[in-house]
Structure formats: structure tokens, C-alpha cells
Write a protein that binds this ligand. Structure first.
Ligand code: UDP
Ligand code: MG
Length: 344
């Protein structure tokens, strides 16, 4: 597009890696092929953030680094989680003019990144890739073996993800685009803004929406995972959903008092009913020990749930005031050398 002989700009790809030993070579090969036409115009860097993988991912990455000097390997000291791994990548990419965040399991098709770059060249600051479809098991035979099932996004994942985005949209004050993951391109000014947000419970796609700038979507079809298993079992998915909800909305807190009003109103009606029975009914005895017991347990349950909501916010407050660093780096391999992380 821009033929002007200005200084070469830099595009950096960020890949979070957790147990992806069988995907790394294919990923790098594909991304290398796909980005060949870009080489004339841009400097490229590929940052692989090893998030405490338990398989041979790190060795694979260091090998790859020997073959291709454009690859940077950052190895975290343990598994910090996907969002933190991406953050570590963003921190290391502060010299890039544009950053592309992609999953390493080939679910985010590398060729789509070219479309993201095209939109960025037209002046869009955040280009997020929006899923048109997800490959799932809906039409597959139930007899598909367990390994295959863990590679595809299950119907369960599809349904829960949908419900999650819908609720989040209702609850939060900012607009988080539906059906988007972290597959996106960020202009350097967005990366610089994001660097100021150091909260522990990170929900990057929310933060990206939050910082603003010109944001647009590119549609794509999400593929199935190439090899290995998802690093997001239900437990992590729930934590992730909570980070999204609690981090961007205090509506659950307001729901507590609304619930309180509703229950108070109900019990007031109950009082009227009891008085009515006592005064006007011939038996004048109010029946219902069963009702009392059930109501007691119900209210106890509701109160505990509400305490839990309060507790979630208080717990997050506690974690944030500790102000711990987000991650620790064990190894950095950049510009030819492999060395322990510099103390910073
Ligand atoms: N990932 C990570 N740390 C984790 C879990 C996952 O860095 O603790 C990486 C993983 O290697 C992949 C990306 O995050 O590149 C998305 O993870 P995954 O494919 O397992 O999630 P899913 O696509 O099933 O939601
Ligand atoms: Mg995946």
C-alpha cells in the first residue's frame, strides 16, 4: 500500500505456548510461508512465550530459534496462564509498530493475519478477528474417539461461550465484541496503553475494548486444534469467565441489594397473609412448618451465595493491593543468544 521510502516498520507476532510440542514446527513453517510477501515491506519478529510447558515445547522453540533468527523465545518460570503469557509477549514487543496475537494450535489460521494487517494499513488501530464459525462436534458421530473430541471445540464450549458473551454484554459497561478471542492486531499505541494496565486478573479482550481507539472486525472461520489438547479445561474457563465479569462490572454487587428488596417485599406479603389467616380464618392457626424450614434453607443459601459474590470482589481487591509482578521470566533467547532473564 504505502510505497513511500520511509523507515521499515516492524510487525511482531505473539504466540503463547503451553504444551504445544507437536504444533510449533507446523505453526512456524506456516507463518513463515504466509508472511513471505510481507518481508519486502516489514521487519518481522515472532515472539514465542513458553508458559511453563511440561512437554518438549521449550526445546522445540530453542531449536527453531537456531534456524530462524527472527524468532524470540521467552520462557516463563512456570505456568502463569494464557492471558499473562500474552502480556509477557506484549511487554517484549514494545518496539513493534503492530502486534498480532495468535493461538499456537493453528485454531487461528495464520493466513487471516494478512487480512488484519491490510486493515491496519488502512488506519484501523485494533483489528480483531471475529469467528464466523467454530469447528465443533455437533455433526460428528458420537463415536469419535476421546482425543479427537478434545481437539475440536465441543458443543458445550460453543454454548457456554455464547451464553458468557451475552451475559457479559448485559452486565458490563463497555462493549466487548461477541465471538472474538484474543486473535487480533494491535497498533503500537494500543500496546503502549495496555502496558499501563497491570491488573493480576487479566481479561485482555476486555481491556482492549476499554482503551478505545479505532476498532474493527474481520470475519474468519475458526479451525480445529491441530494437535494436543486444550489448555483450557472447564476450571480455567470458569476462572476466565469470572475475570471477565468481575473485572468489568460491579453489577453483581448491585444485584445483591435488588435481591434483598425483592425478598423483603415477598416476606412483607407473607406477613399480610399470616395476619389475614390469624384474624379472619375460622381455624386461626397458621399451618406450615415445612414452609418455614424450606424458606430458612432457601434464604441461608441465597445469603451464602451473596456472601460469595462479595467475597469474590474482596478477594480480587486483596490480590490487587499486593501488587505482585505479573510473571517471572526464566530464559530469554533474543538476537542470537540464550541467557537467563536480566534482573529488572
Ligand atoms: N495457553 C497458554 N497457557 C495456558 C493455557 C493455554 O499459554 O495456561 C496457550 C495455548 O498454548 C494456546 C492458547 O493459549 O496457544 C490457547 O489455548 P487453547 O488452545 O488450549 O485454548 P482453547 O482454544 O481450547 O480455548
Ligand atoms: Mg485452541
Amino acid at each position: 500500500m504505502d510505497g513511500a521510502p520511509t523507515a521499515r516498520r516492524k510487525i511482531t507476532y505473539i504466540f503463547p505456548i503451553y504444551n504445544e510440542q507437536d504444533n510449533i514446527d507446523l505453526l512456524h513453517k506456516t507463518i513463515d510461508e504466509v508472511t513471505t510477501p510481507l518481508q519486502a515491506r516489514y521487519d518481522l519478529e515472532f515472539i514465542y512465550v513458553n508458559d511453563g510447558s511440561r512437554d518438549a515445547s521449550l526445546d522445540k522453540l530453542l531449536e527453531l530459534r537456531e534456524r530462524d533468527q527472527r524468532a524470540t523465545v521467552i520462557s516463563l518460570s512456570r505456568n502463569f496462564g494464557h492471558q499473562i503469557a500474552v502480556t509477557a509477549g506484549l511487554d517484549a514487543a514494545s518496539d513493534a509498530d503492530a502486534v498480532i496475537i495468535m493461538d499456537a494450535d493453528m485454531q487461528d489460521p495464520p493466513r487471516v493475519s494478512l487480512e488484519l494487517i491490510e486493515r491496519w494499513e488502512q488506519g484501523v488501530d485494533v483489528v480483531y478477528a471475529q469467528r464466523r464459525t467454530r469447528k465443533d462436534t455437533l455433526f460428528k458421530k458420537v463415536t469419535a474417539n476421546a482425543l479427537r473430541r478434545t481437539r475440536k471445540d465441543t458443543l458445550f464450549k460453543k454454548v457456554t461461550a455464547n451464553a458468557f458473551y451475552r451475559t457479559l454484554e448485559k452486565l458490563s459497561s463497555i462493549d466487548i465484541p461477541r465471538n472474538t478471542g484474543d486473535f487480533r492486531l494491535l497498533d503500537r499505541k494500543v500496546v503502549a496503553e495496555l502496558a499501563k494496565y497491570r491488573e493480576q486478573h487479566r481479561f485482555l479482550r476486555g481491556l482492549v475494548s476499554y482503551v478505545g481507539f479505532r476498532q474493527e472486525a474481520v470475519q474468519f472461520d475458526r479451525d480445529a486444534r491441530h494437535a494436543g489438547e486444550t489448555g483450557y479445561p472447564l476450571r480455567k474457563m470458569l476462572k476466565f469467565a469470572a475475570d471477565g465479569m468481575l473485572g468489568f462490572s460491579v453489577t453483581p454487587l448491585r444485584l445483591i441489594s435488588r435481591m434483598g428488596y425483592a425478598i423483603s417485599l415477598l416476606s412483607f406479603l407473607g406477613v399480610l397473609y399470616v395476619l389475614g389467616v390469624r384474624l379472619f380464618s375460622p381455624e386461626s392457626a397458621v399451618p406450615g412448618w415445612a414452609f418455614v424450614t424450606v424458606a430458612m434453607f432457601l434464604l441461608g443459601g441465597i445469603q451464602l451465595i451473596m456472601l460469595g459474590v462479595l467475597g469474590s470482589y474482596i478477594g480480587r481487591t486483596y490480590v490487587e493491593v499486593q501488587r505482585r509482578p505479573l510473571y517471572a521470566v526464566a530464559i530469554v533467547a533474543r538476537s542470537g543468544r540464550v541467557e537467563p532473564a536480566p534482573a529488572s
